[in-house]
Write a protein that binds this ligand. Structure first.
Ligand code: URA
Length: 212
């Protein structure tokens, strides 16, 4: 597994505002969106392209376009939905699949409650959106789910990660033999006893959408 914590002043600035408990939901949503777009730039560094011939107003030229099959963006509901627009803005030709997963707040175990994904993901580059890589249970389950459907190349985009989650994800996906990259704005100190990232930014879903 490859871990990329993006070191950039704009990323650090936006993340600081997101962390601030005083930041309201509309501002949080806008900044999460902007931050994801910056992370998406790094996450798509290995996006597959094919050569194309075009004509500029001046001369013929050789360029590239994102190649088939189309990349697949998979937000993990609910909080991953707040990252979708920021990602899709940079990869507008991508298709979008959905994975609904919920973490039991007592056992911290992830269960899948909804899926809307192609049956066959063979050859697809998949970009999984999950804001908080905390225990790693949800993301590990999502990666297994996608690999079972044939995904061969997975990049997870997370606003924040905890060392425990990174380690767990590494351990749980090692045997899969599929390239897995995690792109995040920062790896924080630790998890607390409730499975929250410290210092973190709180419950990403609640901060995006309110407590419902
Ligand atoms: N999920 C969140 O939304 N926040 C955390 O800190 C951990 C898991």
């Amino acid at each position: 597994m490859r871990l990329l914590a993006v070191d950039h002043p704009l990323v650090a600035h936006k993340l600081t505002v997101l962390r601030n408990a005083k930041t309201d939901s509309p501002t949080f949503r806008r900044l999460a969106d902007e931050l994801v777009t910056l992370l998406a730039y790094e996450a798509t560094r290995d996006a597959r392209v094919a050569t194309v011939e075009i004509q500029t107003p001046v001369a013929p030229a050789t360029g590239v376009k994102l190649s088939s099959p189309k990349p697949l963006i998979v937000p993990i509901l609910r909080a991953g939905l707040g990252m979708l627009d920021g990602m899709a803005r940079l990869v507008p030709t991508a298709e979008v699949g959905f994975l609904g997963m919920i973490r039991d707040e007592d056992t911290l175990q992830a269960t899948t409650y909804a899926t809307r994904l192609p049956d066959d993901l063979t050859g697809r580059q998949c970009y999984v959106l999950d804001p908080m890589l905390a225990t790693g249970g949800t993301l590990a389950a999502a990666v297994h789910f996608l690999v079972d459907r044939g995904a061969e190349d997975i990049t997870a985009v997370c606003l924040l990660a905890a060392p425990e989650g990174v380690e767990y994800l590494e351990r749980e996906t090692r045997e899969l033999g599929v390239p897995l990259t995690v792109v995040t704005a920062a790896v924080d100190e630790r998890l607390n006893e409730k499975g929250y990232i410290v210092p973190g930014l709180g419950d990403a879903g609640d901060r995006l959408y309110g407590v419902v």
